[in-house]
Design a protein around this ligand. Structure first.
Ligand SMILES: [Zn+2]
Length: 380
């Protein structure tokens, strides 16, 4: 059995990070009042609302998918590899995030997720998909700020564009996806070819005409769904491009049509380089769970299980954002907190009454494992 994992150690899954959230519990009410530091419980109410109203439907969907997979398991021969594989999927989905241990950092009025066990099956489990997407948003937001700052120091102004590329729908998801991904790869490669052309390569001179010639960094997130009317598979991508020059939608459309042979629909919008909302749109999960039946969702996850649905290139690729912006987070982590456990019981997340002990982290900064000291009656 996999042990509880520390959420903060997962760079791509740090939804908890510092979720501005949560409740604490009626059971802690008397102590909250005594401390005098929890007078503003608005953030706790927000957190409770988030866990019960937002996470509960996602958990229900994960459970429904677990039951769907269990039915599939029942159709497979005992001892087959496929059956064993799906049994593992079913179990992990069923157990995913059954218990969520939060820390209420009451002096900072922040709630962080400290422990849980997750399935990390981001194409089948909405909870894990959202956590991963949130991690990507935080990471790419930092990377974007860093690249814009570094370019600015060299006198270069980077512009940010939200780009959507679409493809004619198809009967086979695998074929539609493969065709689409190949076209995106060819488009992205023109950025590198343009660099080679600027270095003198005649063979790559064609790429100087590409809209990608002025792009310094980009990330594309692929999405799949089945068209509600046609029943055909729809693959498209949203992307964020950083460019030294304006990106023209008509030019991109013409270029995309030449690459795909049958698709020209693209959308291009300039956004602020500090626009978190647009980043969320780019990096949201690749499966729209609410718009897909369990069967389509399962088919998409199985068909695309070895495909990368997020691709970064140029200056984003391999970039490790500096952590200078994490001072706030470190302050929160070093502050005293009260633990709060939520468990998924009878179709909902509910608060598990605790003892209300305040835990004071001792000098956690720079250490892999925080040393904690429990003080049972420190709130007075
Ligand atoms: Zn999960």
């Amino acid at each position: 059995m996999q042990a509880y994992e520390k959420e903060r150690s997962e760079s791509s899954d740090n939804q908890s990070g510092t979720v501005p959230a949560g409740v604490l519990l009626d059971s802690y009410g008397h102590k909250s009042g005594e401390s005098g530091k929890q007078a503003d419980s608005g953030y706790l109410a927000d957190h409770s609302q988030k866990v019960t109203a937002r996470f509960t439907p996602m958990k229900r969907r994960a459970r429904a998918m677990a039951r769907f997979v269990a039915d599939r398991v029942g159709t497979l021969p005992h001892g087959s590899i496929e059956r064993e594989k799906l049994e593992t999927v079913e179990k992990e989905l069923r157990l995913c995030r059954n218990h969520l241990l939060f820390r209420n950092h009451f002096t900072e009025q922040r709630v962080t997720l400290s422990k849980m066990k997750s399935c990390k099956r981001t194409r089948l489990c909405p909870l894990c998909a959202v956590a991963r997407a949130n991690g990507h948003v935080v990471s790419y937001h930092k990377k974007t700020k860093q690249l814009v700052r570094e370019a600015s120091a060299q006198g270069i102004e980077l512009r940010a564009y939200f780009v959507t590329l679409t493809k004619k729908h198809g009967v086979s998801l695998e074929e539609t996806y493969t065709d689409f991904a190949r076209s995106v790869t060819r488009l992205v490669n023109r950025r590198r070819d343009a660099m080679k052309a600027r270095e003198g390569s005649v063979k790559h001179a064609y790429a100087l005409q590409s809209v990608m010639a002025s792009v310094s960094a980009g990330v594309f997130s692929f999405e799949v769904k089945r068209g509600s009317g046609s029943g055909l598979w729809n693959v498209h991508t949203h992307g964020l491009l950083l460019s030294t020059e304006a990106i023209d939608g008509a030019r991109l459309s013409a270029e995309w049509h030449k690459l795909t042979g049958d698709s020209y629909i693209v959308d291009v919008q300039e956004i602020g380089t500090d626009n978190v909302k647009a980043l969320c749109e780019v990096l949201k999960y690749s499966v729209k769970f609410s718009e897909m039946t369990l069967e389509d969702n399962f088919e998409a996850a199985m068909t695309l299980q070895n495909k990368r649905l997020i691709r970064s290139f140029g200056d984003y690729y391999g970039l490790k954002p500096d952590d200078s912006a994490d001072i706030d987070d470190a302050t929160v982590l070093d502050s005293p907190y009260i633990e709060q456990l939520y468990s998924y019981t009878r179709g909902s997340y509910v608060v598990v009454p605790g003892d209300g002990a305040v835990i004071v982290p001792m000098n956690t900064r720079g250490k892999a494992k925080p040393i904690v000291q429990k003080r049972q009656s420190k709130l007075k």
